[in-house]
Design a protein around this ligand. Structure first.
Ligand code: FE2
Length: 312
């Protein structure tokens, strides 16, 4: 039976679904059929006009233009639409005692230096308040994991990442890789994290303004923690006192990731690496679960993603 020529909206949906139904790869078939079904339903539900459709094409074109070795507008769209966190939650559905994950974000860069325990990732930041982050990397039974790798990155006290800071001329800053010692311990010197607005000079910023949303993210420090034989975790730690914890522009806050940053007005105990007060300390233990049988592919995907943002 030939398809009728005077097609209705639903005829087009049916035909498009039939056209993709022969996709060989079963997962690709599932994804394409789901995409066409929901995309068509969305367009029909809001009765998208031709002018709105063209505006959407312009927005996506502009998003593509904004992307560079230092800017990833599509990740920002995914993050601010809440899609990144839905994907995160689907991928880490079962509570299993491991440290909870959150968004990777658009600011990771390859090539962060390996630093010794207590190494300062904020050596060029003269305005921030010195802060020590310490803790252990442990397995689910509480056994220390020696030699675990913590890849750390953070915004400067100006609220800008190094890649956004013209004065740095491409130099890496506020980034480091730390290894745990025999007791699974790590120690990072940085400055107190600050809240910052996500870049709002592109189409994502325009969307936030048009919809009455703010672009702020609560203060946080990014981590990817990995160790041989364990699933890596991509996460942040957040400052409990931040005013944006309840309205993070990218929906990334989880209760278990909120930390107390304790202010010290005078040098205490071990004099803490000779840092002059005032300074802050915070403590967070990471718990890793044994590697999944099919092997960890999260890190590979993240390396590819990071390569998009790698300033060479
Ligand atoms: Fe961030």
């Amino acid at each position: 039976m030939p398809m009728p020529r005077n097609k209705t909206e639903d005829d087009i949906t049916t035909e498009a679904l039939q056209r993709f139904a022969g996709t060989q790869d079963p997962r690709l078939r599932e994804i394409m059929l789901g995409l066409v079904k929901h995309l068509h339903a969305f367009v029909k539900e809001v009765e998208l006009t031709e002018a709105e459709w063209f505006q959407a094409i312009e927005i996506l074109t502009e998003a593509g233009r904004m992307c560079s070795d230092k800017r990833q507008e599509f990740i920002l769209f995914s993050d601010t639409l809440g899609v990144s966190m839905v994907v995160d939650l689907i991928s880490h559905r079962k509570p299993d005692g491991a440290t909870e994950s959150t968004v990777f974000g658009p600011f990771h860069r390859l090539g962060a230096p390996e630093l010794p325990a207590g190494g300062n990732i904020a050596h060029l930041d003269k305005k921030g308040t010195p802060t020590l982050v310490s803790g252990q990397v442990l397995d689910l039974g509480g056994k220390p994991i020696a030699g675990a790798l913590l890849d750390v990155w953070q915004a400067q006290s100006s609220g800008l990442y190094d890649s956004q800071d013209q004065d740095l001329g491409g130099e890496l800053h506020m980034r480091g890789k730390f290894r745990t010692d025999a007791e699974g311990r790590y120690l990072i010197r940085t400055v107190l994290p600050v809240n910052y607005p996500i870049p709002s000079d592109g189409p994502v910023g325009a969307m936030l303004r048009a919809t009455g949303r703010h672009p702020w993210r609560p203060a946080h420090i990014h981590f990817v923690v990995s160790a041989d034989g364990y699933d890596p975790v991509t996460t942040h730690i957040f400052d409990r006192t931040d005013e944006y914890l309840g309205s993070d522009a990218v929906f990334a806050v989880k209760d278990s990731l909120i930390c107390d940053f304790v202010r010290h007005e005078k040098a205490e105990g071990d004099a803490r690496l000779g840092i002059a007060p005032p300074y802050y300390t915070t403590q967070f233990d990471f718990h890793l679960k044994p590697a999944a049988e099919q092997g960890a592919t999260i890190l590979d995907a993240q390396q590819r993603l990071a390569a998009l943002g790698a300033a060479e």
